[in-house]
Design a protein around this ligand. Structure first.
Ligand SMILES: Cc1ncc(COP(=O)(O)O)c(C=O)c1O
Length: 359
């Protein structure tokens, strides 16, 4: 008798799988991982000690409400604690945002190319992705995104700065866009890289959220705060959106290690943001050097640079790897290179220079 396999939801057919950044190659050669936009600095001693102390109790469930972290964040941003919802990384919160707003027959709009989780979490929910191409300068085309809104639109992601291009939209254009979005459509400002922004015309989403009930802001401890492996992120959103996020979150999703380390990181913010400052200096050095070598590289406000190499993408990724740095290729489009340790950035720049000369 032939056994039938369990029935799975048809929406999952053809779903793209999330491609994590390739690890640095093992095996003796110097190898740096510049493929996942991680923070190259090791954990601060105090933060590590806090996490280790929390590990002593991991026979217990964590605080499901993340109360200490939520209160710390509420104070830090001057928002009501009820407006903060935590999750397993900001990607976990992004998934809850979609589950809270969209299902089969609904539409989710985002720029493309942008964060590769958007199509995945949209498809899982059964909603339809509406991808709006970036402009020729690799920036969000907010006018085209506003024009893409229909009565089926439930959620719009604006990734600012955008992953993988690093480009950012500015205050006036973003406010003009938000004015065009109907009040019953949720706009999610994904600010995973907010702490790396230095352009003062790029708005802080939390300021925009205050007067706009249909705006939610996503932030993470994975990048500037260096807690990528602990999985903790959060949204700042008005009710009833924040309440919906608490309903749809995986119960006990954020471990006590993550909660305590996040609180400790907020309290060590001066030191952590000093590291961000150093990475921003490295970003400028790398960006300037690439321009001097002759490359066209868009301005970046994040902890990575974007190089649109089209058909040469795979070759350049291979050349970088051979030189000792693993970068993130998007086949046929371009490469995203995380700003890492100075030595890693130097290896990358040498590889870029050599590759350019051969073009
Ligand atoms: C734009 C953007 N949003 C969200 C995330 C998710 O980060 P995490 O789930 O680690 O908070 C990333 C990670 O790369 C990202 O680039």
């Amino acid at each position: 008798m032939s056994e039938k396999s369990p029935k799975l939801r048809a929406e999952l057919d053809g779903i793209p799988t999330y491609k994590p950044g390739k690890p640095a190659a093992a095996g003796g050669a110097v190898a740096y991982k510049l493929s996942s936009n991680e923070n190259p600095y090791p954990p601060l001693t105090g933060v590590l000690e806090t996490a280790v102390a929390a590990a002593g109790n991991f026979n217990r469930y964590p605080d499901m409400t993340c109360a200490a972290l939520v209160n710390e964040l509420a104070e830090r941003f001057g928002v009501p604690a009820e407006h903060i919802a935590t999750g397993t990384g900001s990607v976990g919160v992004a998934q809850s945002l979609i589950q809270s707003t969209a299902g089969p027959g609904d539409e989710v709009i985002y720029a493309w190319r942008s964060f590769e989780a958007y199509p995945i979490i949209t498809q899982i929910s059964g909603a339809t992705s509406v991808r709006v191409p970036l402009t020729d300068g690799d920036v969000h085309d907010l006018d085209a995104m506003a024009e893409a809104i229909t009565e089926r639109t439930r959620l719009i992601f604006v990734c600012n700065p955008n992953n993988p291009t690093g480009t950012a939209v500015r205050r006036a254009e973003l406010e003009r866009f938000l004015d065009r979005v109907p009040s019953d459509v949720l706009v999610v400002l994904d600010e995973a890289y907010r702490e790396f922004v230095r352009d003062t015309d790029v708005p802080d989403g939390i300021e925009l959220y205050r007067s706009r009930p249909n705006v939610a802001v996503l932030r993470t401890f994975s990048k500037a705060y260096g807690l990528a492996g602990l999985r903790v992120g959060f949204a700042v959103a008005h009710e009833p959106v924040a309440a919906a996020l608490r309903k749809t979150a995986v119960p006990f999703g954020v471990s006590q290690l993550a909660q305590d380390a996040a609180v400790a990181s907020l309290r060590a913010e001066d030191e952590l943001l000093g590291r961000v400052g150093a990475l921003v200096c490295e970003r400028k050095r790398v960006h300037d050097a690439l321009l001097a070598q002759g490359w066209t590289v868009p301005d970046t406000q994040a902890n990575f640079v974007w190089m649109r190499l089209g058909e040469r993408t795979a070759d350049f990724a291979a050349a970088c790897e051979k030189a000792g740095v693993v970068v993130r290729p998007f086949a046929g489009e371009g490469l995203r290179i995380t700003i890492g340790e100075t030595e890693a950035n130097d290896i990358f720049l040498h590889a870029a220079e050599a590759f350019f000369k051969e073009l």
